[in-house]
Design a binder for this molecule. Sequence first.
Ligand SMILES: CC(=O)N[C@H]1[C@@H](OP(=O)(O)OP(=O)(O)OC[C@H]2O[C@@H](n3ccc(=O)[nH]c3=O)[C@H](O)[C@@H]2O)O[C@H](CO)[C@H](O)[C@@H]1O
Ligand SMILES: [Mn+2]
Length: 306
Amino acid sequence: MTERFVSEHFKSPDSHLVATDGLQYQQPSITHGRTDIVSLTPWLAPIVWEGTFNPVLLDSVYQKKNISIAVTVFAVGKYIMFMKDFLETAEQHFFVGFRVHVHVFTDRPNEVPKVKMADGRKLSVHSVPNSKRWQEISARRMEMIQKLIEEKLKGDMDYIFCLDVDSKFHGRWGTESLGELVAVIHPGYYRDHRSRFPYERRSASRAYMAPDEGDFYYCGGAFGGLLKEVHQLAQTCRKNFEDDAKEGIEAAWQEESHLNRYMWINKPSKVLSPEYLWQDFKPRNPEILIIRFSGVVKNYNDIRPN
Ligand SMILES: CC(=O)N[C@H]1[C@@H](OP(=O)(O)OP(=O)(O)OC[C@H]2O[C@@H](n3ccc(=O)[nH]c3=O)[C@H](O)[C@@H]2O)O[C@H](CO)[C@H](O)[C@@H]1O
Ligand SMILES: [Mn+2]
């Protein structure tokens, strides 16, 4: 067997978890644990909530693998104002102690704040054009994520997370979130019946979801996984968005609608609870023991181009 064959077919940072001998931690139980939430999907993917994982154990497992995590964040037009808090709070909470490479996409490269980053963490700035419509800025992220993975990340980074910029980290977001394909449950709809989810409901769109379809409503503001999986997701959502556009249709929530369609067919291997994307204006529900990442309150009229 050649080395290349082994690396292509057997090595995935997502498999074979090696523990540190001598590490002491609380005994896990299969009869006691949180009873106020569900922590497995019907296809047996973990749903990550506070209290369902051991961060010290997980970090020690993934430290051995020397993994690296890419992040994409877009700050086009006035959204550049969110960049500083996003970057500063990411230093405090996002994969602390791991190799992280943040990719900022902006039309104002000179205005990207200089934030001190810890050893092993770095930032790259990519220039993108502005647009007259926020819908297009938001949706075109898929194309740029696809290209970034193809042109710059292949063979270099292991995982990628794609995040909204109008948000801040308030608590740990780390190795517990790693998986092949990772989706985040939207904070606005997780107690609702699927027929009320704001999926695209016109059958002419490639993002169409029937009233009796859908597992959860996932957010467009955070998703991730292995490069290969996120590449397939971004490529598919981009193509479906563009093919819809050629027929004069734009899904209700742009790329978020296409992402939801994608995740319905391609089940995520890990689902993150709304702890991983809350909204500052929403009072915290009792099952939310910690808010890890949350969208700031903003005045859309002041910051969007349309
Ligand atoms: C929490 C969450 O899941 N948010 C999603 C939601 O609304 P949001 O209201 O959170 O959308 P938004 O205004 O934050 O736009 C999404 C993202 O696009 C970028 N941006 C947008 C406009 C602009 O002028 N400049 C700019 O840089 C920026 O990174 C921003 O965070 O619905 C959108 C659908 O289109 C996206 O799916 C968002 O991810
Ligand atoms: Mn947002």
